[in-house]
Design a protein around this ligand. Structure first.
Ligand SMILES: Nc1ncnc2c1ncn2[C@@H]1O[C@H](COP(=O)(O)OP(=O)(O)OP(=O)(O)O)[C@@H](O)[C@H]1O
Ligand SMILES: [Mg+2]
Length: 261
C-alpha cells in the first residue's frame, strides 16, 4: 500500500461544553496535499488539536482513523507513532530541553527499542536539513523554541517535520510570520517531503503559500464545518473576492463558532 490514509468522519468537538466543530468530514491520503482556509475563529486549529489529541478538546461525536486504526482511542504519543504530526500555529517553548535532544528523542520514540538512530547519523541528517532550511547551526543547542523569533519557530517546525518524516502532517499557519525569503525556504522543505508516502493538510489564510506548495484540494471552513471544497482555483477566488460570496451561498451572516467577543 502506498502511504497512509487519515479519515475524519462527522467530527464534533466541544471546548468546555461549547460545540466548536460541528461535523467535519475530510480524508487525506498519502501523496495528497490539502489546504484548509477559512475566516478567523471558524475551527481550523481546533480540528488540528483535536486530531492530535489535545486534552482540552472533547470529542462529542464522530470518528478519526489512520489506516483504519481508531485515532481517538490513542494517546498523543501513540498518534505520533501511528504517523501523525502537527506543526502548531503557536509552537510551545520548552525550557531545559535542547532542540537537538528533543528531535533525537522524538525520532527514537517512533523506533523500536534497540533500533535507535545513531548519534552520527542523527547529527549528519540534522546538519543537512538545517542547511536546506538555512538555519543557524547554534539553533540545535538552544532550548526548544525558547526565545525563537516567530519565523524561527516556524522553520523549526519544518525541521521537525523533515526529520520525523511522518505519514500525515497537519501544518497550522506555517506561513504566518515568515518573511518572503523564509516562506520560500519553508515551502522548499515541505515540497521536498512530497511523495506517495506523505499526505499533508495545510491550514493557511493566504493563497501566497499555495503558489509555492500546490494543493491538490482546497477546503473552506466556516461554523465548524467544511462548507466548500474545490481545486486550487478556489483559493485563487478567495484571495480575489474574500469570503462573502460563500456566506451568501450558504445564507449565513456569522461564519464563526464559539463565544462572541
Ligand atoms: N482552548 C480553547 N479554549 C477556549 N476556546 C477555544 C479554545 N480553542 C478554541 N477555542 C474557540 O474556538 C473557536 C475556534 O477557534 P480556532 O482556534 O479553532 O479557530 P481558527 O479557525 O483556527 O482561527 P484563526 O484563523 O484565527 O487561527 C474560537 O471561538 C476560539 O476562541
Ligand atoms: Mg487557528
Amino acid at each position: 500500500m502506498a502511504g497512509s490514509t487519515l479519515e475524519i468522519k462527522n467530527l464534533h468537538v466541544a471546548i468546555e461544553g461549547e460545540e466548536i466543530l460541528r461535523g467535519v468530514n475530510l480524508t487525506i491520503k498519502g501523496g495528497e496535499f490539502h489546504a484548509v482556509m477559512g475566516p478567523n475563529g471558524t475551527g481550523k486549529s481546533t480540528l488540528a488539536s483535536a486530531v492530535m489529541g489535545h486534552p482540552k478538546y472533547e470529542i462529542t461525536e464522530g470518528e478519526v482513523y489512520i489506516d483504519g486504526k481508531d485515532v481517538l482511542e490513542m494517546e498523543v504519543d501513540e498518534r505520533a507513532q501511528a504517523g501523525l504530526f502537527l506543526a502548531m500555529q503557536y509552537p510551545s517553548e520548552i525550557s531545559g530541553v535542547t532542540n537537538s535532544d528533543f528531535l533525537r528523542s522524538s525520532i527514537n520514540a517512533r523506533r523500536e527499542e534497540g533500533d535507535e538512530i545513531s548519534l552520527m547519523k542523527f547529527i549528519k541528517e540534522m546538519d543537512g536539513t538545517m542547511d536546506l532550511l538555512e538555519m543557524d547551526k547554534n539553533m540545535a543547542q538552544r532550548y526548544l523554541n525558547e526565545g525563537f523569533s516567530g519565523g524561527e519557530k516556524k522553520r523549526n517546525e519544518i525541521l521537525q517535520l523533515m526529520m520525523l518524516k511522518p505519514a500525515i502532517a497537519i501544518l497550522d499557519e506555517i506561513d504566518s510570520g515568515l518573511d518572503i525569503d523564509a516562506l520560500k525556504v519553508v515551502s522548499k522543505g515541505i515540497n521536498q517531503m512530497r511523495d506517495e508516502n506523505f499526505g499533508c493538510l495545510i491550514i493557511t489564510h493566504y493563497q501566497r503559500l499555495l503558489n509555492y506548495i500546490a494543493p491538490d484540494k482546497v477546503h473552506v471552513m466556516m461554523q465548524g464545518r467544511i462548507v466548500k471544497s474545490g481545486g486550487p482555483e478556489l483559493a485563487q477566488r478567495l484571495e480575489e473576492e474574500g469570503y462573502d460570496w460563500i456566506k451568501q451561498e450558504l445564507g449565513i451572516e456569522d461564519e464563526t463558532v464559539g463565544q462572541k467577543a
